[in-house]
Design a protein around this ligand. Structure first.
Ligand code: ATP
Ligand code: MG
Length: 284
């Protein structure tokens, strides 16, 4: 089995590659419990498992990141108790980055895969490819992203899950169960998930498709599958004050009276823009 991620040789999406270094399929596991209050500044006595080493697949920590308590606790339930968690919400609310930033603080290796209507069963499961071995061309099975991740201590994030073709997404039906094994039909092989494998998804819709014209390209999802996600957490835009704090943390030079007034005005305009109905704008 190759250690290089299937994404290393053929990236599905630029966002999905966190360094593309080999990740051992070994017995890497979280070795200490740390408090949620200390890690995420959330009022809770919960303790969560943390890996001691940082692998190249662990996302970089964004020190200005502000965690939504409810969504963070839902995602942490996924990491701690091996639950499948889907985060749903409007664009730019921080769905993808919430999962990544939590993984970053738990030192949990993480792989983000953007789904789109062209991601096929072969991309996810694997396919026979012609490779050169000792100067000779041979046909060899190359694992897709699902079996590759399943055998590793990694959090696999299916980003834009509602853009994936529902018929193709059936390949993950069984691994949505906690200890669901994965059968590689092409290889007559059954894969048991690594104890630290985790699965997350983000979506703009909850599988009802593009109802209000905002999210073209999303699919009507199969509800038997949606039902298999253990937790569906909804993320909204942060309150204005929180957004102001994020901008100020990113642009400290503006942390003065004039700068703060400017940023407050910017955030207010962004808020009004989001509230404006795109359908109303189209008709005007
Ligand atoms: N809570 C937050 N704290 C700091 N920055 C944030 C927060 N939420 C979002 N951001 C920033 O906003 C940007 C958009 O976030 P992200 O890509 O996670 O949104 P999304 O909900 O996944 O959007 P989409 O639906 O378009 O995929 C990122 O640059 C991210 O760093
Ligand atoms: Mg996203």
């Amino acid at each position: 089995m190759s250690d290089a991620s299937p994404l290393d040789s053929r990236p599905l999406d630029q966002d999905s590659d966190h360094g593309a270094q080999p990740l051992p399929a070994g017995q890497m596991q979280p070795t200490e419990l740390r408090g949620v209050r200390e890690l995420f500044n959330i009022y809770s006595d919960l303790k969560v498992p943390v890996f001691l080493e940082r692998d190249a697949h662990v996302p970089e920590i964004d020190t200005a990141y502000r965690f939504n308590p409810d969504v963070t606790l839902a995602i942490l339930a996924g990491f701690t108790n091996n639950r499948r968690v889907m985060v749903q919400g409007l664009h730019g609310t921080g769905k993808s980055t919430h999962i990544e930033q939590i993984a970053a603080r738990l030192n949990w290796p993480c792989l983000r895969v953007n789904l789109d209507g062209h991601v096929s069963r072969l991309d996810l499961v694997g396919k026979d490819a012609i490779v050169i071995r000792d100067g000779v061309q041979v046909t060899e099975f190359q694992e897709g992203i699902v079996p590759w991740s399943l055998t590793r201590p990694i959090a696999l994030i299916f980003d834009e899950y509602d853009a994936g073709r529902p018929d193709v997404m059936f390949v993950i039906q069984r691994i949505l169960e906690r200890d669901g094994h994965f059968t590689l039909l092409d290889q007559n092989r059954v894969i048991r998930p690594h104890p630290q494998f985790r699965l997350f998804a983000t979506a703009n819709t909850v599988g009802l498709g593009n109802q209000d014209g905002l999210y073209h390209g999303t699919q009507l999802l199969n509800h038997a599958q949606i039902d298999r996600w253990n937790i569906v957490a909804k993320l909204d835009y942060l309150p204005r004050d929180e957004e102001v704090k994020i901008v100020l943390a990113r642009v400290p030079a503006k942390d003065n009276e004039r700068g703060q007034a400017l940023i407050r005005a910017m955030v207010a305009v962004a808020d009004l823009t989001r509230k404006a109905s795109p359908m109303a704008i189209c008709r005007a």
